[in-house]
Design a protein around this ligand. Structure first.
Ligand SMILES: N[C@@H](CCC(=O)N[C@@H](CS)C(=O)NCC(=O)O)C(=O)O
Length: 207
């Protein structure tokens, strides 16, 4: 099997790159990184050298280019089944896919008002009704996943052990830290688990 190469954006800002990067770390497989510098005049041209979407992340493996964070995560789950990147239980897996897709396709106001900036600390942005609703919904779904699945396992992540769902929400956790958003107790503990993950620390240190 040819090596894995993940094409990513700057670690400070590229929340979409962070997600599959964490999943590769969770899978424990070696991979190389290629940087496309974001916010440059030639960013799109450089990204287009790797995939036709013109965006990062892109995973290159066995002659394939796979783009879009969630598609990459699904490919990794399929390629490395022993890593259990989705929960083993069918109901938990369905919920993990639901909340991952909800993150991938939604939360526009939160993403716009609080862009990822892992090392920085910024003032909490003005609380529009749309932003407040996004923050409330994230906490609601984290609480539901912890209550119905994760907490029962005695492990700290949404479904117990770290899965793709946690990778999808990791940059939301770091945003809440960066922008000083006050959270309920369950969400505070969950964010702490994300931030203290060795792979998350490694990404942040490299940012
Ligand atoms: N839906 C895509 C979003 C990818 C995306 O927007 N990537 C940003 C970096 S985080 C990017 O490529 N920005 C450069 C550009 O749009 O020129 C995914 O999930 O991977």
């Amino acid at each position: 099997m040819a090596g894995l190469e993940l094409v990513i954006g700057n670690k400070a800002w590229s929340s979409w790159s962070l997600r599959p990067w964490l999943v590769l770390k969770a899978a424990g497989v070696p991979f190389t990184e290629t940087l496309v510098a974001l916010r440059q005049p030639n960013t799109r041209a450089e990204a287009l050298k790797h995939a036709p979407s013109g965006h990062v992340p892109v995973l290159k493996h066995d002659g394939l280019a796979i783009w879009d964070s969630l598609a990459i995560c699904e490919y990794l789950a399929e390629t490395f089944p022993q890593a259990q990147l989705w929960p083993a239980d069918k109901a938990a897996r369905a919920r993990a896919r639901s909340v991952s897709a909800e993150m991938h396709s939604g939360f526009g106001p939160l993403r716009a008002a609080m862009s990822m900036d892992v090392k920085a600390r910024h003032p909490t942005p003005p609380m529009t009704p749309e932003l407040a609703a996004n923050i409330a919904r994230v906490q609601e779904l984290w609480n539901q996943c912890r209550r119905e699945f994760g907490a029962k396992t005695g492990k700290p992540f949404l479904f117990g052990a770290f899965t793709i769902a946690d990778a999808m929400y990791a940059p939301v956790g770091t945003r809440f830290v960066t922008y000083g958003v006050k959270l309920d107790d369950v969400s505070t503990a969950y964010v702490k688990s994300i931030v203290e993950l060795p792979a998350m620390k490694e990404w942040t240190a490299a940012a």
